[in-house]
Write a new protein. Structure first.
Length: 68
């Protein structure tokens, strides 16, 4: 058996974990609902700075007849 049967779990740890989860949810839903500004995506930054695409590639994945 454990020697820590009479030890109490520190309540501030649960409060800190709840605070981290709460802040994370506030930030995520704030950005999703438009309250907080979202960071621009790479295509948006390229168009704002008039930077062209250096290299582009299209990949096609297909199964062969033997299943490979």
């Amino acid at each position: 058996m454990s020697d820590f049967t009479h030890e109490r779990f520190p309540p501030w740890v649960l409060g800190a974990a709840g605070g981290i989860v709460g802040i994370t949810l506030l930030v995520v839903f704030g950005v999703r609902l438009g309250v907080l500004p979202a960071r621009p995506t790479a295509p948006q930054l390229r168009s704002e700075n008039h930077i062209g695409i250096v290299k582009s590639a299209d990949f096609v994945f297909a199964d062969r007849a033997d299943g490979a």
